[in-house]
Design a protein around this ligand. Structure first.
Ligand code: ATR
Length: 269
């Protein structure tokens, strides 16, 4: 039996145990997968306690511990964790290794919905950790122009400077009207507070897909806005959630589970 868990605070809402049990069933693995809510001050200790058990293989890390998990594993983490400066997956393989599978989760879901990102133009709204984590995976998937727009413009500019790649540019809300984007991704935390980021006069009718990283039982205000403003296709972040989990499962087991059937099962309850 492989012992797995998700660490966060709060963590009660997490779908990860359900998702990973479905993966395990379809891949013939036997796992235990628990939710561990720990106080911010005891995160590092909770992680080392968890891995004392020889059956403990790995865990997922969610808010607010992704940056601290990165600091714990900085010497042994994958490039996407390095770029994101955040870790969402830990794997004990003689030593504790950190991974960030969020970007792979987003890319796999976008490709499932728009076929290819090769040569595309993508707009990220938001310049926090969620946006940072997906920049390089999107470029690796062939995105040709990646624009970052943020309520606080300087933060978008700083993020762009950190990546220092010609394909990545900051864009002001006022300038959004002048461009055509194939995919628009809401990476802000606004949907969690039922708020809509300012999109200026962005023409959503021109996009192939408008995507919110947030997933809930109801469409977010951003998704509703996109639907009523001409977006031909609108998606929540369930596919990203399942996709990042699938990549973590692969890190732990070497097996790639089918994500489509898990998404259907989660949507139909
Ligand atoms: P995360 O790690 O989840 O990305 P974060 O680092 O706190 O969280 O970043 C949150 C992002 O959502 C930021 O880009 C933030 O904009 P600011 O940099 O201007 O704070 C954005 N955000 C949050 N609430 C928002 C709102 N109501 N409208 C627009 N942007 C919002």
């Amino acid at each position: 039996m492989k012992k797995l868990a998700v660490f966060g605070n709060p963590v009660a809402h997490s779908l990860s145990p359900t998702i990973h049990q479905m993966f395990a069933k379809s891949c013939g693995e036997i796992i235990s997968y628990t939710k561990i809510e720990c106080a911010p001050a005891s995160f590092a200790q909770s992680i080392s306690d968890f891995f004392l058990d020889p059956q403990a293989v790995g865990c997922n890390i969610t808010m607010p511990f992704k940056q601290e998990a990165y600091r714990l594993t900085q010497a042994h983490c994958d490039p996407y964790a390095e770029y994101a400066e955040a870790v969402n997956t830990l794997f004990y393989n003689e030593k504790l290794c950190g991974y960030n599978t969020d970007g792979i989760g987003l890319v796999s879901d976008l490709i499932a919905q728009v076929s290819s990102l090769q040569g595309s133009s993508v707009l990220l709204i938001g310049a926090g950790g969620a946006a940072r984590g997906v920049v390089v995976p999107l470029l690796d998937a062939g995105v040709k122009e990646l624009y970052i727009s943020n309520r606080t413009g300087e933060k978008a500019q700083r993020l762009v400077e950190q990546f220092s790649r010609n394909e990545v540019q900051a864009i002001l809300t006022d300038e959004l009207t002048s461009k055509k984007f194939d995919v628009v991704v809401n990476c802000t935390s606004a949907s969690l507070h039922n708020q809509l980021p300012d999109l200026g006069r962005l023409n959503l009718g021109n996009c192939e897909l408008v995507y919110d990283m947030v997933y809930g039982s109801q469409p977010t205000v951003f998704m509703d806005y996109a639907s009523t403003n001409g977006a031909p296709r609108v998606s929540d972040g369930l596919g990203m959630l399942v996709g990042q989990a699938a990549e973590a499962f692969y890190v732990w087991t070497g097996k790639r589970p089918d994500t489509a059937e898990v998404q259907v099962a989660l949507r139909t309850g």
